[in-house]
Design a protein around this ligand. Sequence first.
Ligand SMILES: NC(=O)C1=CN([C@@H]2O[C@H](COP(=O)(O)OP(=O)(O)OC[C@H]3O[C@@H](n4cnc5c(N)ncnc54)[C@H](OP(=O)(O)O)[C@@H]3O)[C@@H](O)[C@H]2O)C=CC1
Ligand SMILES: O=C(O)C(=O)Cc1ccc(O)cc1
Length: 465
Amino acid sequence: MVDPNAIPESPVDEQPTIGLIGMGAMGRMYAKYLSDGGWKKIHVCDIPSKYEQLKEEYRDTPGITVVQDGHRVSRAADFIMYSVEAEYIDRVVAEYGPSTKVGAIVSGQTSVKAPEKEAFEKHLPEDVHIVSCHSLHGPTVSPHGQPLVLIQHRAPDWALALVEHIFAPLRSRYVYLSYTDHDLVTANTQAVTHAAFLSMGTAWASAKSYPWESAPYVGGIENVKVNIMLRIYSNMWHVYAGLAILNPSAGEMIGQYARSATELFKLMLGADEGALRERVYRARDQVFGGDYEETKTGDTPMANGKTRAPILLSEDILDRFSLAAPPSPTSTRPRSPKAKANSHLSLLAMVDCWAQLRIQPYTHLELAATPVFRMWIGVAEYLFRSPPRLSAALNAALYDVTHRSDDLEFVVAARGWAQCVRFGSFELYRERFEETAGFFAGRFEDATRVGGAMIKAIMESSSES
Ligand SMILES: NC(=O)C1=CN([C@@H]2O[C@H](COP(=O)(O)OP(=O)(O)OC[C@H]3O[C@@H](n4cnc5c(N)ncnc54)[C@H](OP(=O)(O)O)[C@@H]3O)[C@@H](O)[C@H]2O)C=CC1
Ligand SMILES: O=C(O)C(=O)Cc1ccc(O)cc1
């Protein structure tokens, strides 16, 4: 529960009025935690046509008052958070921003901050403060211990302290960034990671192949790839479109990912083993350090001379999180088709891309990683920190032609996503996203359950280490 005695020096009451504009997945998550945490004056709204339905839904929730629109929220609240689609932030702030109460603090939950900053600076009155935020996790992940970015943009220290206090019930880990650094970090971590998973999904859907039924993609780290891919496609397209298309740094990074996939694939096609190994090992040394073979435990050496334990769990444990059909009690067949070496083009391209862009993923991991980014580094280190695994992947990539058609689909998909982001078309993005999502939709429910349990197990094990 909130301790009113802990409220910092500020001109607002012990129980500030909190306003939430946009009651989609994130607005609802905040409403729940803030209400459970003991805040008693939370005014919320979505678009006016949802007023009656929202009012009914929150009738018995302590502390929550549903109002018709953002004007009513803005007039009453000491702290207001916009949780609307990034694409619409300018329009929504233009409409409600001028109604903001004098001296209030305004925040935004958008995943990309450049348009939010512009909208706030353009449409908010001079006499209100701006302290923005961004929870670096999806609405179904517990916020406890997850990074929550706070951006003290145009605000005195008491305003930042009050926002920290209001968000205390989330029990998140505050990360302090500027608007500009936020977009740089999330382009490195989220946008390019999503490009990899979106491309995997599109490649499998184009090949009309469910990966959990196909030998190279079953078991161990393949389960991580498949579960995260499905998790992304079961979320809302606009979240990914916004953070890729509207982030000024994301297009270049996603473009590099597609270039890395293309160039590596050409080396594979030409069976240019020397050049492929040279390029991949150089990227590995740059991203994971050069002394990987010396750590017998499989730990990763860090720039500060220490080592860190691997992010992922053992293959056997990861095997539990499969979407493949369980064996029947009488069956003598193995639980799933036997795994076979994979060329891992999506991962080779990721590490090459990090190296080309001089991105140090471990630096981001410590500071501001989403669960998805953490898993993705985990998968990459699992492959790259093991010389035999990496070598087997390179052999498969060069000499096992059965991977060629999937790798070709992957390159086409990665190029398509990069072009779509470069063109900046939300409509094209939506169509591409929904087409692939439609192919997998039948498994979203299972994927949410299995993927959620997998993320929980991995997060718990990495916080213990
Ligand atoms: N989902 C995620 O994993 C995360 C999302 N975010 C960010 O949070 C923001 C919200 O995302 P999320 O909650 O997932 O998306 P949702 O689509 O679930 O929620 C957005 C809500 O805002 C409503 N809205 C749009 N215009 C207005 C308006 N004028 N007045 C009031 N409400 C309005 C939308 O209505 P309608 O549907 O009718 O347009 C919708 O209900 C986005 O900017 C996203 O990038 C941040 C972290 C994680
Ligand atoms: O972890 C991820 O990358 C997700 O896919 C969930 C997500 C999406 C958007 C955000 O702004 C924050 C987290």
